[in-house]
Design a protein around this ligand. Sequence first.
Ligand code: S6P
Ligand code: ZN
Length: 180
Amino acid sequence: MEPFFNKLDLDKARWESYDRLEERRVKDIRDCFKETANLSEQQLETVAYQVYQIDVKPEPGAIQHSITVIKPGNVNGECHMTKGHYHANDQSAEIYMGLKGDGLLLMQKGEEVRLVEMKRGVVAYIPPEWAHRTINVGDDEFVFMSYFPGDAGYDYQSFLDEGVRTRIYKTDTGYEKVSD
Ligand code: S6P
Ligand code: ZN
C-alpha cells in the first residue's frame, strides 16, 4: 500500500477528513446501562457517541486509528459510555490519547478494574486481555484518539456477558463510582 497522512485539527479535536463515521444511539447500547425502564423516544434516539474511522486493512502489522467523540449526557444518572469490548485477537494492546473534555477509561480483566482519568494529553496503554470502555464524565464532549493493531477485532459479547464491575454516575460536582 501507499504511505498516507491525515490532518488532525487539534483545536476542534477532529480529523480534517476521514473515511467512515459510525454513530451509536442510546437505543443501540441500552444493554450497557443498569436502568433502562421508561426511556423516552427522544432519549433512545439520542446519539451517545461517534467513531471517526480511518480505514486501514484489518491485517497483522497494520495500525488502525480512529477518533471517538462521546456526547455529554446520562441514562438515569449513568454517564454516556462506549459499549466496551475485548479484542477478538486477545494478544492486541491499544493506546488511547485524550484530546478534549473529561473522560474515564475503564479497563477490566476478570475481577480487576482500573480507571484512568483521560484529560487532554493523557496517553493510556491498554494491555492485551483487558476489556476497555470509555465514559464521558464532563458537561462537554469527551474526545480521544485510539491506535490499535490491524487485526485486533472486537469481542463485544464477552464483555456484555461478563458484566461491568464499576458503574459511573453523574453528580453535581463530577462523578461517582458504584460497584455493581
Ligand atoms: C477499538 C478502540 C476504539 C473503540 C471506540 C468505540 O479497538 O477501542 O476505537 O472501538 O472507542 O468503542 P466500542 O466499544 O463501541 O467499540
Ligand atoms: Zn479496543
